[in-house]
Design a protein around this ligand. Structure first.
Ligand code: AMP
Length: 120
């Protein structure tokens, strides 16, 4: 069953400029900013500007241009921080079992150090 979008989630407030974020890069359909509670030397969140609850919702419902812009922004961040050689990790949490805290689709881009094993 699809979960409905909650307009009061913190990333929706960032997109409406109701709260600040530490913006890194953006394009027409996607925005990236520093995670407020970084888990690695580089910890950036990438979000679509339109309303999607999680990866499944985005992957099902977003238009091609939105998807292209989203993943293009991820690569621009990888270039900006020069982490393609040393590597990085992309994480997206979904729902209860994924321990998703903010119900607006986002990808965590982590890097700048060895990130250890995937699940400890
Ligand atoms: P998730 O558990 O995948 O939903 O991750 C949500 C992430 O959002 C966490 O890593 C939080 O540290 C981060 N976060 C929550 N509020 C903010 C905020 N206002 N600005 C930046 N990052 C935030």
């Amino acid at each position: 069953m699809n979960r409905s979008y909650d307009d009061n989630n913190v990333f929706a407030k960032i997109l409406r400029n109701e709260i600040n974020c530490s913006k890194v890069l953006e394009n027409e359909f996607a925005l990236s900013f520093m995670d407020i509670n970084p888990q690695a030397k580089i910890h950036i969140l990438v979000i679509p500007k339109n309303k999607y609850v999680d990866f499944y919702d985005f992957n099902s419902a977003a238009k091609s241009r939105e998807k292209i812009d989203f993943w293009k922004l991820v690569n621009e961040l990888i270039d900006k921080y020069d982490i393609s050689n040393n590597g990085f990790r992309l994480i997206t949490n979904s729902g209860k079992d994924g321990n998703q805290d903010v119900p607006h689709f986002h990808v965590h881009l982590l890097g700048g150090q060895n990130l250890g094993r995937m699940i400890n």
